[in-house]
Design a protein around this ligand. Structure first.
Ligand code: ZN
Length: 199
């Protein structure tokens, strides 16, 4: 693990002025979510540690919460295009990596560095209810802290995570007549009882 020695003091996140980024977060995420704002600084930090040059980038989020939206706002990686994977470990960490080698940079919140930022600490460890949390103070602290509170480490992804999985053939379900992956069996998962719908 290495400390963030390339502190971003420019008031930008991935070359976007922070104010504009916060506005985009509000539009995309539906709220000025502190986790997405902090995620912006984390993506920025990961970018700054990646080797320069043409690499095809993929992303991994270790949580379902907030970070996938920061990644989708600031990189070409989305859930839909398959370049962003979410592995729900419940950890507020992300990784940007070279999709051909699986080598990349992981950024996480370094809990040791939260001491000077009580509002971030209270939010991060859910020590206060949403009502008790001062959003403005929290957002100010996040902007002051930026990537100071983050750790960076080079990582190499396991092949089963980063290698592109070929999707097998599809067939028509004999019950609902919709298409589904043939590897799921004789009928689709919906019709075999795994439907999310009551009716
Ligand atoms: Zn079916």
């Amino acid at each position: 693990m290495q400390p963030d020695t390339s502190m971003n003091r420019s008031g930008t996140v991935c070359s976007i002025p922070v104010k504009n980024f916060i506005r985009r977060v509000r539009e995309f995420h539906g709220a000025t979510a502190p986790g997405v704002i902090l995620g912006g600084y984390m993506v920025d930090l990961a970018y700054r540690h990646l080797p320069k040059g043409d690499i095809l980038l993929d992303a991994l989020s270790e949580t379902r919460t907030c970070l996938p939206d920061a990644i989708q706002l600031l990189t070409p990686c989305t859930i839909g295009n398959g370049w962003l994977k979410v592995l729900d470990l419940g950890k507020f960490a992300l990784c940007l990596y070279d999709k051909s080698s699986g080598g990349g940079i992981r950024v996480f919140v370094d809990t040791e560095r939260l001491k000077p930022f009580p509002e971030i600490k209270a939010w991060f460890f859910k020590l206060k209810t949403k009502k008790e949390q001062y959003l403005e103070v929290l957002l100010d602290e996040i902007q002051t802290a930026g990537s100071q509170i983050c750790g960076v480490m080079p990582v190499k992804l396991r092949p089963e995570i980063f290698e592109v999985r070929r999707r097998g053939p599809f067939r028509v379900c004999p019950i609902c007549h919709e298409s589904y992956p043939a590897q799921h069996g004789d009928c689709c998962l919906d019709c075999s009882g795994k439907t999310p719908y009551l009716i």
